[in-house]
Design a protein around this ligand. Sequence first.
Ligand SMILES: Nc1ncnc2c1ncn2[C@@H]1O[C@H](COP(=O)(O)OP(=O)(O)O)[C@@H](O)[C@H]1O
Ligand SMILES: [Mg+2]
Length: 257
Amino acid sequence: MKIAISGKGGVGKTTLAGTLARLFARDGYNVLAVDVDPSMNLGSALGIKQLPKPVTEHKDLVQERAGMPMGMFKMNPKVDDVVQMCGCTGPDNVKLVVMGTIDSGGSGCMCPANAFAKALIRHVITREKDLVILDMEAGIEHLGRATARGVDAMIAVVEPGMRSIETVERIMQLGKEIGITRYFAVINKADNPGPVAEKMAQMGISVLGTIPFDKCLVEADLAGVPPIDANCPAVDAIKKIKDKLEEMFGEKEAKQA
Ligand SMILES: Nc1ncnc2c1ncn2[C@@H]1O[C@H](COP(=O)(O)OP(=O)(O)O)[C@@H](O)[C@H]1O
Ligand SMILES: [Mg+2]
């Protein structure tokens, strides 16, 4: 199962990504969590204290695999061993890879590090057997067409607020251009999800679940404890989302033994 999570900054992407990763892992899945957000805090939501060095900062490796003379680069560098080399394993055996800063195009920079990161994302989505969860920012343009086809669910996290809804619209627009069709929304920080759910329905996005506003998450975040280890009530809502994903896209063979 391949899940990508996006949405406006601060809506709860990392909280959802980290908690889903731990829940799936506890249920026996081999889980690979990939931090594609430049703010790089998926590790703390997973409970990993010693973060691996971001992939794009392995300069020698990137140059060796993707670099070519005169500032040229390879579009298809070898990356099949990179998770092993640049990742780490945390609680419940969740593997984490931190991508580091990827230039999403606007500046026109297309350098070996970008090509390397994109190839790695494509690899984990299209080749890895593991259950993969990508914690992304709102810009999903690092997903090329081939990668997009491999994503089972693109989950947009949305909170009650117009800006966050507009971000979902933008994500859908971008996604359409690269062929993503399976959109879902998770409504977060919502004690009254009705109005947002209505907007999602108008946009043709099916809502996977709702997570209420939970003070425990704020406190756990401040204390540096992952939501799942703080036993926050919101984790129960995320469990239901996990069950729904499993119902729709479960691959039992991806489980360990
Ligand atoms: N349902 C919720 N109730 C209360 N606080 C939440 C909830 N979901 C997330 N938060 C808090 O909001 C902040 C941003 O969450 P985070 O997952 O880091 O967002 P993002 O990854 O989208 O930027 C964190 O402090 C987190 O603890
Ligand atoms: Mg985040």
